[in-house]
Design a protein. Sequence first.
Length: 677
Amino acid sequence: MARYLPDGNIEYLGRIDNQVKIRGFRIELGEIEAALSQHSDVQTSVVIIREDIPGNKRLIAYIVPHPQTPAVSELRSFLKEKLPDYMVPSTFVTLESLPLTPNGKIDRRALPEPEAHTGIESAIVLPRTPIEEKLAKIWAQVLRVEYIGIHDNFFELGGDSILSIQIISRAKIAGIQLTIKQLFANQTIAQLATVVGTTKALSIEQGLVTGTLPLTPIQHWFFEQKLPEKHHFNQSFLFTVPSDLNLEILEQVWQQLLKHHDALRLRFTQTDTIWQQIHAAPTNNITIPRFDLSTVPETEIETVIESTANKLQASLNLSENLVQIAFFWLGIDKKARLLIIIHHLVVDGVSWRILLEDLQIAYQQISQGKTIQLPAKTTSFKDWARQLTEYALAEVLKSELDYWLSASYDAVDFVPVDYAQGVNTTASARTISVSLDEAETLSLLQDVPKAYKTQINDILLTALSLMLSRWTNSDSVLFNLEGHGREDIVDGVDLSRTVGWFTTIFPVVVELGNIDDLGTALKSVKEQLRAIPNKGIGYGLLRYLNVDTEISAQLEKIPQAEISFNYLGQFAQVVNTSSLMQIANESNGNSESLQGQRHYLLDINTIIINEKLQIDWTYSSNIHQYETIENIAQEFVETLQEIIAHCLSPENAGYTPTDFPLIQINQLELDQIFQNR
């Protein structure tokens, strides 16, 4: 028998009646051979387990072709139509004839080593066409993986929904029209290349966007919060930059960015209780303030930067300006600092990736004496807001209402608190940060997904659910989940390079029941997350944009989550060691006004930065003690480490019903099918 190892190799455990056990599923090698024999160009075949390099065991298919030699990609596609993925050999070898023993049986010991033989394709299959070459290059850049095979799975290489947006964006720049739906449905380059050209190139207006537009659900949510200082609710970054950074060039760049990314010019005004947004005209001159800190003592630099940043953070104005940039010069021999502040109403995590990439490209272009040439605009935020308003009236959206109302909200217990009478103020907010190390993070991205066909959010939210279940002593847990919100729900829309606030916020109830092992927990949470319609975007549409007041009233009565969770993705694709800008260590000031009230007891934000998964737990010191949050933050990390170890263990693997979307089957039936193989 055999089993897969975490690196995708196979451990050979012995052969019984032509059967092997792969990833815990008993199969017959003859089943693969029988499937191959149905191919019109395969005369005969044999499938074996090889270990030519100690510890490197693989499933190899040897074929004798007739009348012509089929392409390996063709064989793979052919077998995938008849067999599960785990039964498709990693390597194919073509032979003129199979070696035989003196009594006429196949001499398995005489089969040649794949590496020493021509006419084979190894586990990493190189691109064969110009389209595959372009896609492989894009994947390598975005996923930061040196070697990409055309049969490598996007999510098993560390891909996620945020990175998928970058893949689509870069593909478009390379002249390849794809959609996020296509990437999710075709998770290898070989599969994705087959749908290239099936998506019609969109005709998107490249001129200046002007005029009014309706509020989106997340903007409605923002104004619903009744913050005392709405102008002070920002996202910001503080970077180290070369001391000789040319401010004149930087000002030209920002002037162009404000024209190109129309959402940055949005302004907000209130009439009675109604808020409206409108695009302001671009300004002809941008002036970036320069703060000379070269004479400030080294011990005071951090304090001065933070103090200045706090003033700048509070300086935005909803009706006049939602962007602020500042340059801190520390001396000719020291790295300078660049602070970028943008109000959250017009930017989100995906938008920052677009802006920072464009900023660095445009700065380099002007520095080299070139004219700024940014990638073509995608669907404007204005058009998206209007299309959401129309979609919110569609009958198909109303069909999602039952899902949101039927969750077991009443089964959820409250989060334990240390100070029951404490006031949850923004001023009392504190943050505890914990992290995985680089090796654990790499395993989380590239090895863990293979065990149960998961994505990173499945793993993170399983760990969160298990931790919360223990903390609240409840089988059901409730949290609000934030998504990037750029869902492919409307035809003729491309948001891959559109700047704006697209975030979705929606409640998630995870029911764990009597789950007592990590594998079952992972499969259960994965399926519950897959059951969320359109990744949650419909909740905000029904809650804020649907004209049926009864619907919005029903959703408003849903118990409010006390915890918010957000996975911000990987940031190394934009800011890394080779970038013009690096993340600075100093504080970038208070992004939110300290006068407001916090919406949640716990805000959990996760991001992969500097090759490590960092988890920030923000709480109120008026509600919880430091030790309480430190303990649960550490428990979350330990649970995550247990899940990683579980998924790396060869005997732990499996499938869930959503892995087979064309078949109506439940988890119990699926487990029985593979158990009986």
